[in-house]
Design a protein around this ligand. Structure first.
Ligand code: HH2
Length: 283
């Protein structure tokens, strides 16, 4: 399976790791660390060297309860980093934004992919920019907005509802000129979901594989794991790796993480051992 984006194609026969750079003062796990453009660029180079297949730059925290960042501020944080990283790393740059003006400016500045946590949008302006640039697009499921999404999220059947949403997005995107080959799907772990909803989605990932597009998963350092294993935000790496390998086994292909080197290593080892069906039971 492949993912087509502006000026390139990513082969997903093997898993790919997407390295996170939050150019924000307030992200839930690394807020303030990469707000300075020099540090963000250096971090991008480091993550590329650690084996990231792509980078995801965000300038607005979408943690539960977060308030929106004005467009001008989002652009002020992002553009200098895009303009410098574009020439310094060979891997594609994804921009984590829900704002059509920011997406358009980022694509004009040379970004390759838009990672859209608000893929439930009805205004097609952002999709039209993606179509015009032939960019890649991540369609993520989110119930509500970051400000209110964790206020008692409720579903009849979270796996079916998220699957139906993702299937519908593929259809709507095609209507707006974004081909299936440009789209990757993400169930949106932690976005309008309880701990039980997140577990159900991880267990039910097989349903999304049937949509025949690569699945991207973002579990890195998230609070549902902290609640389950009793670990603060800086001590959830092992739980995140367990979720990553679990999801890889069920067919997920792209893993969005703050911790690139350990994730690359875990996936490499897992892929070296082969799929579970290849285990030799005769010994
Ligand atoms: N998670 C976060 C942000 N963007 N995009 C996709 N496609 N999938 C995710 O799971 C996802 C995402 C939240 O993580 P982070 O960027 O580290 O935190 P913050 O939103 O506080 O900046």
């Amino acid at each position: 399976m492949t993912w087509r984006f502006r000026n390139g194609v990513l082969s997903l026969d093997r898993s790919a790791v997407m390295g996170i750079i939050n150019v924000t003062p307030d992200s839930f796990s690394d807020g303030g660390t990469y707000l300075d453009a020099d540090r963000a660029v250096a971090r991008g180079e480091q993550l590329a060297a650690e084996g990231a297949a792509l980078l995801d730059l965000g300038a607005e925290s979408t943690r539960p309860g977060a308030t929106p960042v004005p467009v001008a501020e989002e652009l002020r944080r992002l553009l200098p980093v895009i303009e410098r990283l574009r020439d310094r790393v060979k891997i594609p740059l994804s921009i984590d934004t829900r704002n059509p003006e920011v997406a358009a400016a980022a694509l004009d500045a040379g970004a390759h992919i838009i990672n859209d946590i608000a893929a439930h949008r009805s205004d097609p302006a952002l999709w039209l920019s993606v179509a015009r640039h032939g960019a890649g697009y991540v369609a993520m499921h989110l119930r509500g907005t970051p400000a209110d999404m964790q206020a008692n999220p409720a579903y009849q059947d979270v796996v079916t509802e998220v699957g139906d949403f993702l299937a519908d997005r593929l259809r709507v995107l095609e209507q707006h000129g974004v081909a299936r080959e440009q789209v990757v799907l993400d169930p949106g772990i932690g976005f309008g979901k309880s701990v039980e909803h997140n577990l159900a989605l991880l267990r039910g990932l097989g349903l999304f594989i049937c949509l025949d597009r690569p699945i991207l998963l973002g579990v890195s350092r998230k609070s549902f794991m902290g609640m389950l294993v009793g670990a603060p935000v800086g001590e959830r790496l092992a739980a995140g790796l367990a979720c990553t390998l679990w999801s890889a086994r069920l067919g997920a292909r792209i893993f969005r993480t703050h911790d690139v080197a350990p994730t690359v290593q875990a996936l490499k080892m897992w892929e070296t051992l082969g799929p579970p069906s290849a285990v030799d039971r005769s010994r």
